[in-house]
Design a protein around this ligand. Structure first.
Ligand code: HEC
Ligand code: HEC
Ligand code: HEC
Ligand code: HEC
Ligand code: HEC
Ligand code: HEC
Length: 324
């Protein structure tokens, strides 16, 4: 049944040969799993490092999210008995059929001493932090704006030797990797399911970014629906990330900086927020094509009556002027 997987992985033999010589830890998108730290200490195993990149070479996000794992760090209660006896969670694949059996503990329980604890994505090994120049404007010494600061962070040089296309930070450019068909991740573990059943959506959505100097954002549905099923965004377990209605979500950069909306994935598994122009990809006033839907800004709220005190206007001013 899983024969196609094996032939699929044969395509990556070359990759793997190179990859195995690379440290598979501390890559962008790694997640440390240590909710059960006490039990793990008792069994004398280290915390688990889950490498997203190693899996997304082979599988699209929807294979795991959210049939196997909720798309939120710490939201899944994973245990060894579920893995080995029930063959669920990691055991759905690490069962000796799709992938190796969970016999060698340290293959998963691989967190080394000195790494920051907790469910983090940008695993950082002390002493290896690097400064990166953020975008074309601003620097880490003098960030361009509050959002530059939010975006500042250490992004480990990913997989330099793997042959996957890299972005300007040296992180894997997964959009290019699939466009160039360098990786062709599966969208289902069930070979009976035909690829044509995977729904793609080709509309694009124009978000008009407030302010003069910030280019607008065109959100492409196609690359997102390539990796992710509609329901991951629109019918997310524990509440939708986005309501599937044009203009229905009050998305702001501040909210994104706080880890909401687009930053539910970007800055975690998808490319980082510091890559401003990859989202702010459309110069203001440039014509748009037919597939692009324009999000109309919501009608401004009615003016407040004098009886209602306006909340800290000076502070609001400050935040806005921080943007530009
Ligand atoms: C092989 C399974 C697998 C695949 C494929 C996979 N993930 Fe995950 N993902 C996980 C696991 C495991 C976690 C951790 C869940 C936890 O901590 O409870 C996770 C967590 C996440 C989180 C939560 C991070 C946070 O800080 O809350 C995001 C976002 C995410 N994945 C996005 C993606 C995206 C986007 C893709 C596809 C590009 C993807 N994942 C592919 C297994 C997978
Ligand atoms: C959808 C199937 C699937 C799920 C679910 C899955 N894995 Fe994997 N995983 C794979 C495959 C396939 C490989 C590559 C196996 C190979 O190269 O032989 C792999 C490789 C790995 C590796 C790479 C390192 C190495 O030595 O090969 C680690 C670590 C790993 N998995 C951990 C986990 C953990 C932890 C979980 C659960 C949180 C998990 N996986 C869930 C399919 C899966
Ligand atoms: C396929 C990856 C994988 C392998 C291999 C693996 N584990 Fe785990 N293990 C996990 C994950 C994921 C968790 C949950 C971590 C968390 O969320 O706190 C876990 C949790 C645990 C826990 C604490 C929770 C519980 O169920 O008791 C113990 C103890 C443990 N593992 C021992 C082992 C031992 C011993 C081995 C080797 C025989 C091993 N593991 C191999 C992935 C793995
Ligand atoms: C990465 C998350 C994501 C995925 C996956 C996704 N969407 Fe969306 N979708 C959005 C965002 C963001 C909006 C804009 C919402 C707004 O304007 O407030 C949107 C808007 C929509 C809209 C209204 C605008 C339009 O395009 O007509 C529909 C309908 C929709 N999505 C359907 C789908 C379907 C069907 C799929 C799967 C094939 C899908 N979406 C996959 C994020 C996503
Ligand atoms: C559920 C996860 C998820 C959410 C939420 C999400 N994205 Fe993405 N996005 C991805 C993944 C996965 C890719 C593929 C590239 C990668 O992994 O870096 C991607 C790619 C993109 C690309 C294409 C880049 C290119 O080089 O072609 C743009 C632009 C983008 N996202 C913008 C947005 C915007 C704007 C939002 C919020 C309105 C958003 N995304 C929300 C997961 C997500
Ligand atoms: C993952 C995609 C994404 C990335 C990366 C991103 N933005 Fe945004 N940005 C958005 C979206 C979506 C909006 C909302 C537009 C709207 O108001 O509807 C936005 C809005 C803004 C606004 C307008 C104010 C507001 O709150 O709406 C500014 C200013 C801004 N972004 C600056 C930045 C800067 C600076 C960076 C780089 C550090 C950045 N953005 C990176 C998606 C992104």
């Amino acid at each position: 049944m899983f024969r196609h997987l094996i032939s699929q992985s044969a395509k990556f033999t070359l990759f793997c040969l190179v990859l195995f010589s690379v440290d598979v830890h501390a890559e962008y998108g790694d997640i440390i799993l240590n909710k059960t730290a006490d039990a793990m200490r008792e069994a004398e195993v280290d915390d688990v490092v889950f490498p997203h990149w190693f899996h997304r070479i082979r599988f699209r996000c929807s294979v795991c999210h959210e049939n196997i794992f909720k798309i939120k760090a710490g939201a899944n209660d994973i245990s060894m008995s579920t893995i080995t006896e029930d063959k669920e969670q990691c055991g759905t694949c690490h069962d000796g059929v799709v992938a190796w059996e969970p016999l060698e503990c340290e293959r998963c329980h691989s967190l080394e001493e000195g790494w920051s604890p907790g469910a983090i994505q940008h695993s950082v090994r002390e002493g290896e932090k690097q400064d990166i120049l953020l975008g074309k404007i601003g620097s880490t010494a003098k960030p361009y704006s509050k959002f530059m600061e939010i975006g500042t962070g250490w992004h480990p040089l990913a997989l330099a030797k793997s042959g996957l296309p890299l972005d300007k930070y040296g992180l894997v450019d997964w959009a290019a990797a699939v466009r160039k068909k360098i990786v062709q991740p599966l969208w289902s573990l069930n070979p009976e399911v035909d690829i044509s059943e995977h729904k793609l959506r080709d509309t694009k959505i124009l978000f008009t970014a407030k302010g003069e100097s910030m280019p607008d954002v065109i959100f492409p549905h196609d690359i997102h629906s390539y990796w992710l099923e509609c329901k991951i965004c629109h019918d997310t377990q524990d509440g939708p990330i986005f309501i599937d209605k044009l203009g229905a979500n009050n998305i702001t950069m501040m909210g994104i900086g706080q880890g909401k909306w687009c930053a539910r994935c970007h800055d975690k598994t998808a490319f980082p927020i510091s890559d401003c122009t990859r989202c702010h990809n459309h110069p203001k006033g440039k014509p748009i094509d037919k597939k692009t839907l324009v999000r109309h800004l919501k009608t401004p709220p009615p003016p407040l009556s004098p009886a209602v005190p306006i909340k800290k206007p000076e502070q609001q001013e400050q935040i806005d002027s921080d943007f530009f």
